[in-house]
Design a binder for this molecule. Structure first.
Ligand code: TA6
Length: 291
């Protein structure tokens, strides 16, 4: 693996390699487990991605925080309840592809294809390439290819944990009048009225392909979250009770993050013919609130 000067490989614990980025435009970390972006901090900014201090950094385990790559299903397995939530690729070791840098930042590629283990869980052939660009702005793009001889269907998400200073004053703009389903409550479609606010657990799948803005007035900034290849935007904060049920999340962490996820979820199912590709991407930009 050839790495440019701003990138180093840290084998944090035996067999758990992490790429550490220290570039003039941004710092970051990416675990090969799940090709999981754990950190992106633009120069002169506070961290943008939330990482739980209780995250379990062990091969085969999902990391709480950063950007879990949820694929080839979102949420519970459609037919087999004993399968892991949010698919299996976030629990697998990916291969590092090309890693390059220029004055604007770093571009990294990771690859994962089907194997005997994956086919025992999901009997289809596939090839994934995840490309991450880190600099003053951030983008992540999942290229999904059907390398099988028959069509298959998928859902999934880039399950991005975004830092906020205080979730009780944070809002999400861009979803006014958009229908959503509150996954914990009922399949009923509800229409969003005004900004999304957080005063309870919010676990919503919005029928939206639009760019959203996460306003964090207590943190003095906003995050512009845009995407491609996704008709579902999932917005999640576990609030108090759900946080207590998550062993890898401190009980007092919920005020400090909001998940805004570029998803194909619910009715937003993608079917690929042999050889066909789908791209799911998300782009993040920080705007300092003009005081
Ligand atoms: O995206 C929201 C959600 O589906 C929530 O229901 C919650 O379960 C969250 O994902 C975290 O899932 P995980 O499997 O990472 O604990």
């Amino acid at each position: 693996m050839t790495l440019p000067p701003s990138v180093s490989l840290v084998d944090e614990t035996a067999g758990y390699p992490i790429l550490v980025i220290d570039h003039p435009m941004a710092t970051g970390r990416i675990a090969l487990n799940g090709a999981h972006v754990m950190e992106w901090t633009p120069a002169g900014e506070a961290p943008v991605l939330y990482m739980s201090p209780l995250a379990e950094l062990e091969p085969g385990k999902a990391i709480r925080g950063g950007i879990p790559v949820c694929w080839p299903w979102f949420g519970g397995h459609p037919t087999e309840p004993d399968q892991p939530a949010h698919g299996f690729v976030r629990n697998r070791m990916w291969q590092v592809g090309t890693v390059t840098e220029d004055p604007a930042g770093i571009t990294l590629q990771f690859h994962l294809s089907d194997d005997e283990l994956s086919r025992s869980v999901w009997p289809h052939r596939f090839a994934l390439c995840l490309e991450v660009k880190m600099g003053a702005q951030f983008s992540i793009a999942l290229q999904i290819q059907n390398t099988d001889e028959t069509p298959w269907s998928m859902t999934g998400a880039l399950h991005t944990y975004l830092c906020v200073q205080d979730v009780t004053t944070a809002t999400v703009l861009g979803l006014d009048q958009v229908p959503f389903v509150e996954s914990r409550l009922s399949p009923e479609r509800i229409q969003q009225s005004g900004p999304v606010v957080f005063d309870r657990e919010v676990d919503r799948n919005y029928a939206s392909a639009d760019t959203l803005t996460l306003c964090d007035p207590s943190g003095g900034r906003s995050l512009i979250v845009s995407k491609t290849g996704s008709q579902s935007s999932v917005v999640w904060n576990p609030w108090i009770e759900k946080s207590k049920r998550l062993p890898d999340l401190p009980d007092d962490a919920y005020p400090h993050f909001v998940c805004i996820e570029a998803a194909n979820a619910g009715p937003d199912i993608i079917t690929l013919a042999p050889g066909q590709e789908h791209f799911l991407s998300q782009h993040l930009q920080v705007l300092r609130d003009l005081a």
